[in-house]
Ligand binder design. Structure first.
Ligand SMILES: NC(=O)c1ccc[n+]([C@@H]2O[C@H](COP(=O)([O-])OP(=O)(O)OC[C@H]3O[C@@H](n4cnc5c(N)ncnc54)[C@H](O)[C@@H]3O)[C@@H](O)[C@H]2O)c1
Length: 252
């Protein structure tokens, strides 16, 4: 308990899946959390649960990560309500299966708008606020798709590859500026969330696929535990890193 006590975090796409697990774990460990998402009912329901468990711990803000002005409003309100900002989890995401030959320009742009431009805007506007709050940690959700070739997740892989590179540039920039802000990327393998269930359905991948494969299927808590670690000062010397959370999938 209390590993992120006194810290204030924003988690994008926090209403379900990995983002939801991140919010639950951060609150359990003492943080105040701003849950943002385009899914209003789910986000508000989660915040009500978090506040019931830990009064005053969470706020929901409707937020499409493609909207730069809304980023500025979300960050300003976070600072006004919770007194600062220390942690940004750029988690919001989506996947529409399509190969390099099938993928439309619209699909490619959608993936990049949400998962490449979204984290860019988040980092750009959160850096000054985190710096003013005394420093902190930015956690960017990437994927094993940056290390493995997944033709059916072509646009997704492209967007996540950009996040991997962006993370390192931000880590160095913040170090050069002496901002005391770390920035790392997380690269989960298949993890049990609505996103993976939907992708499996579309691609006809049966549940047995994961029980029969060596790495199996990760649980949202597997990712959330690492998010808490990266958000906390325990990870103070981890910066610009890419952490694989894949039970050895990439090295098979
Ligand atoms: N589940 C996996 O196997 C897996 C593996 C590797 C990486 N990831 C990454 O982890 C993150 C979370 O994935 P998940 O599996 O929990 O997915 P999910 O679909 O279950 O949840 C994603 C959340 O993001 C929100 N979202 C989508 N577009 C948005 C937008 N424009 N603005 C704000 N919010 C938006 C959705 O409403 C949803 O609540 C994603 O970035 C995903 O790419 C997931």
């Amino acid at each position: 308990m209390g590993r992120v006590q006194g810290k204030v975090a924003i988690v994008t796409g926090g209403a379900q899946g990995l983002g939801r697990a991140d919010c639950e774990a951060l609150v359990r460990e003492g943080a105040k959390v701003v849950v943002t998402d385009i899914k209003i009912a789910e986000g508000e329901a989660l915040v009500a649960e978090l506040n019931a468990r830990s009064p005053g711990s969470a706020l929901f803000m409707q937020h499409d990560v493609r909207d730069e002005q809304r980023w500025q409003e979300v960050i300003a309100r976070t600072v006004a309500e919770f007194g600062g900002l220390h942690v940004l989890v750029n988690n919001a995401g989506l996947v529409v299966p399509a190969t390099p030959e099938d993928c439309t320009l619209e699909q490619f742009r959608l993936h990049n708008a949400v998962m490449n431009e979204g984290p860019f805007l988040g980092c750009k506007h959160a850096i000054p606020a985190i710096h003013k709050s005394g420093g902190g940690s930015i956690i960017n959700m990437a994927s094993v798709a940056t290390h493995l070739g997944y033709p059916v997740f072509f646009a997704y892989s492209a967007a996540k590859g950009a996040v991997r590179g962006m993370t390192k540039a931000i880590a160095i920039w913040c170090q050069m500026q002496k901002y005391n802000i770390r920035c790392n990327s997380l690269h989960p393998g298949a993890t049990d969330t609505p996103m993976i269930a939907e992708a499996n359905k579309l691609l006809g991948i049966p549940d047995e696929f994961y029980t029969q494969s060596g790495p199996g299927l990760g649980r949202p808590e597997d990712v959330a535990n690492v998010v808490v670690f990266l958000a906390s000062d325990e990870s103070r010397y981890i910066n610009g890193a890419e952490l694989l959370l894949d039970n050895a999938l990439v090295i098979q």
